[in-house]
Write a protein that binds this ligand. Structure first.
Ligand SMILES: *[C@@H]1O[C@H](CO)[C@@H](O)[C@H](O)[C@H]1NC(C)=O
Ligand SMILES: *[C@@H]1O[C@H](CO)[C@@H](O)[C@H](O)[C@H]1NC(C)=O
Ligand SMILES: *[C@@H]1O[C@H](CO)[C@@H](O)[C@H](O)[C@H]1NC(C)=O
Ligand SMILES: *[C@@H]1O[C@H](CO)[C@@H](O)[C@H](O)[C@H]1NC(C)=O
Ligand SMILES: *[C@@H]1O[C@H](CO)[C@@H](O)[C@H](O)[C@H]1NC(C)=O
Ligand SMILES: *[C@@H]1O[C@H](CO)[C@@H](O)[C@H](O)[C@H]1NC(C)=O
Ligand SMILES: *[C@@H]1O[C@H](CO)[C@@H](O)[C@H](O)[C@H]1NC(C)=O
Ligand SMILES: *[C@@H]1O[C@H](CO)[C@@H](O)[C@H](O)[C@H]1NC(C)=O
Ligand SMILES: [Cu+2]
Length: 622
């Protein structure tokens, strides 16, 4: 037995390859096929789209990332979505990537090395910037972990990314979004969407008789996508890096961050035509659907270039797509991971949207909007000794929970909001043990009625039977006014981000932090010199509490906190009224002198446009 183990270890050591990627990130203006204007993207080594990364289970990955963003300069970081960085297996948490959580932001001219192995995972992942909503501007790509023992057969594989696209740089879109001139918090409407980073139909060659593995990844910032394929079946075999019992369907639904891999059996003989692989935008997520917004892409499964392009003859309606889309709750993992029958601790997270005193619309878990601390949370964990288990040293604005080693946790997510929220957990997969449908999907709503409209989880009256072998994944959709209940074992010491993968909502603060078994983490995790240099360049201390203090660990002076609430009795309507009367004042002025306007309008043309939109949307004449 021991001999066998040694052999196995030897085999692992020598068979594992090292993949080195050396990337310099910089802005670049590119022409995306089908997009009518140049788009500024984040390129690697002057190339965009970014490369797919392919590795094999057990391999070491070295990604050198150098920040050369200029005009504007801004920090960056890179996260490989779904990878566990399991410290029990020799990995390091400081390679996970979310800025201000497990690392300091990489500032201009600085290089950070992401150095990790993938000892226990296979399947479809992706990498993206984890700094603000930066990945929306193209800092994203597929990360595939090949399995030497893949449990199904295929001849050829294709990866296909799905995303939304904004023509303006993300930071401009975000500035208008998180603004008091957008008091309803309407999410920015994308200009278009992309299939594998282009806005023209993809052409995917098929050979009769072959079996294809198609890996779909939603790498977008916001909107979910449906995918259908004319006259062929999808057999789902993998979801978020987890093998599932083959499940045949003809409609897939992918929210931001999610992956689904399917097998497709090509026709046995040349069918004499091509077929439509249709991608449909989930427009119920948009507050308003502009008439000129494209909602469908008809990609081509090409048996022969000489055949005419296939059309979307089915043209499935939204209701039909919803009815037919595979429901992940009813999938079963291939390795039949039994339900955690009981939990040790329950954490309830109520999702709400609301305005704070600055007039901006925020997102909350239990009325707290995630506000990054002064120094990365990992720095606080590693420098605080025994105090690391004391929640007080992390401040009161990051929605943190200290988890105990090996306990089973249940997280209940109740959605007091009409939006869809794909929640992603770093460092873990979780069991999805309850998942309600959406309520009032796409309806107009009165925020005051959210509580009555919401079907929160009632533990003494669950909506559905608990599955014996629940679905396991790393990103799950919380439906409008519904709930989701997930369970996991705290078997991966770390500081794990839990957040909505609609990045606009993350920017509004829809995030929590799970600080898992920090004392064990302290024993395993040592900062590399490179990590320390990155913090030094970012002018951030390696030690201290959330506010950066080391003298008094409970002193929170200078801690970044959410803005104060709206003054009592000061309703959103009231706020809007003041805003509008101010606007009318300004626009009155506008009719007098255009120069005057330029001086009075605080910001710039953008503000002018958003104000105009507020007025127009409310049918206010000016
Ligand atoms: C990465 O590329 C840069 C620019 O070509 C080079 O200066 C640097 O030495 C490379 N780093 C590694 C680790 O290969
Ligand atoms: C891209 O184009 C915009 C608008 O013309 C310009 O402001 C920006 O500097 C350009 N960026 C790069 C990297 O060339
Ligand atoms: C990557 O990490 C491993 C494990 O800690 C270490 O042995 C190796 O030297 C690191 N590689 C580089 C290039 O720093
Ligand atoms: C998408 O683009 C990548 C290259 O970036 C390519 O390897 C892949 O095959 C493309 N997928 C499809 C479906 O065309
Ligand atoms: C396939 O998925 C559907 C839900 O989309 C579910 O009802 C069915 O039981 C699943 N079948 C298998 C074999 O997993
Ligand atoms: C959050 O705010 C809502 C609405 O103001 C209130 O009903 C609820 O009790 C608060 N929840 C918590 C956990 O404080
Ligand atoms: C939860 O379900 C129990 C049992 O059906 C019921 O008595 C109780 O009123 C429900 N609670 C809420 C808040 O709906
Ligand atoms: C991390 O590795 C340990 C040891 O193999 C294992 O028990 C644990 O389940 C792993 N955690 C995760 C999240 O994979
Ligand atoms: Cu969300």
């Amino acid at each position: 037995m021991v001999g066998f183990l040694v052999l196995a270890l030897l085999f692992q050591c020598c068979a594992a390859a090292t993949h080195t990627f050396n990337f310099t990130a910089a802005w670049k203006n590119v022409t995306i096929e089908g997009v009518p204007q140049q788009k500024q993207v984040l390129a690697f080594n002057d190339q965009w789209p970014l490369p797919e990364m392919h590795v094999t289970k057990g391999d070491r990955v070295l990604i050198y990332l150098t920040n050369m963003l200029e005009h504007p300069r801004m920090p960056t970081s890179l996260h490989v979505h779904g990878i566990f960085h399991n410290t029990s297996l020799g990995n390091r948490l400081q390679m996970d990537g979310p800025s201000m959580v497990t690392q300091c932001p990489i500032t201009h001219g600085v290089t950070y090395l992401y150095n990790f192995t993938v000892p226990e995972q296979v399947g479809t992942y992706w990498y993206h910037a984890h700094q603000g909503a930066q990945y929306g501007d193209g800092f994203r790509g597929a990360f595939i972990v090949h399995d030497p023992d893949v449990p199904f057969h295929y001849d050829t594989e294709y990866t296909m990314t799905l995303s939304d696209v904004y023509y303006k740089p993300y930071y401009q879109v975000e500035r208008d979004f998180l603004s008091r001139y957008n008091p309803m918090g309407n999410e920015p409407i994308p200009n278009d969407f992309l299939s594998n980073e282009t806005a023209v139909p993809l052409r995917i060659p098929f050979t009769p008789g072959e079996t294809y593995l198609l890996r779909f990844i939603n790498v977008g910032l916001f909107v979910s996508h449906y995918v259908t394929l004319e006259d062929h079946d999808f057999t789902i075999v993998e979801v978020d890096g987890v093998y599932v019992k083959p499940n045949v369907t003809d409609v897939l639904y992918l929210a931001a961050g999610q992956r689904i891999s399917v097998l497709v059996q090509a026709k046995k003989e040349d069918p004499g035509k091509n077929y439509a692989l249709v991608q449909v935008l989930d427009d119920t997520m948009l507050d308003e659907v502009p008439k000129d917004l494209r909602l469908r892409a008809v990609n081509q499964i090409v048996y022969d270039d000489k055949y005419a392009d296939a059309e979307d003859t089915q043209h499935l309606k939204r209701s039909e797509l919803d009815k037919r889309a595979a429901n992940d709750f009813y999938l079963t993992t291939l390795n039949e991971w039994d339900l955690y029958e009981k939990y040790d601790q329950q954490i309830v997270l109520d999702v709400r949207m609301g305005s704070l005193g600055d007039g901006v619309k925020y997102a909350f878990f239990n009325n707290i909007t995630y506000t990054p601390p002064r120094i990365p949370i990992l720095n606080t964990v590693l420098s605080s000794g025994k105090l690391a288990t004391n929640p007080a040293i992390y401040g009161d604005n990051i929605n943190h929970f200290i988890l105990e080693k090996d306990l089973i946790y249940e997280i209940v997510l109740n959605n007091y909001d009409t939006g869809r929220h794909p929640f992603h957990f770093h460092g873990h997969n979780f069991q999805v043990v309850q998942k309600s449908q959406g309520f009032h999907v796409g309806e107009d709503f009165d925020p005051a009625l959210q509580d009555e409209m919401t079907v929160a989880y009632n533990e003494s009256h669950p909506l559905m039977d608990f599955p014996k072998r629940p679905m396991v994944r790393d990103t799950v959709v919380l439906e409008p006014n519904g709930h989701v209940v997930i369970r996991f074992r705290a078997d991966n010491p770390g500081v794990w981000f839990f957040h909505c993968h609609v990045d606009w909502h993350l920017e509004q603060g829809l995030a929590a932090i799970f600080i898992e078994d920090p004392l064990t983490l302290q024993k395993r995790e040592k900062f590399t010199d490179n990590y320390k240099d990155v913090c030094k360049s970012a002018n951030m201390a390696l030690e201290g509490n959330a506010a950066g203090h080391t003298d008094d660990w409970l002193n929170m002076d200078g801690l970044p906190r959410q803005p104060p609430p709206l003054a009592p009795g000061f309703t959103l309507k009231g706020y809007l009224a003041i805003l509008i009367s101010t606007a009318i004042g300004i626009f009155g002025l506008y009719s007098i002198t255009q120069y005057g306007l330029m001086e009075v309008i605080p910001d710039d043309e953008t503000t002018y446009n958003t104000l105009k939109k507020v007025l127009d949307d409310n049918n206010i004449e000016y």
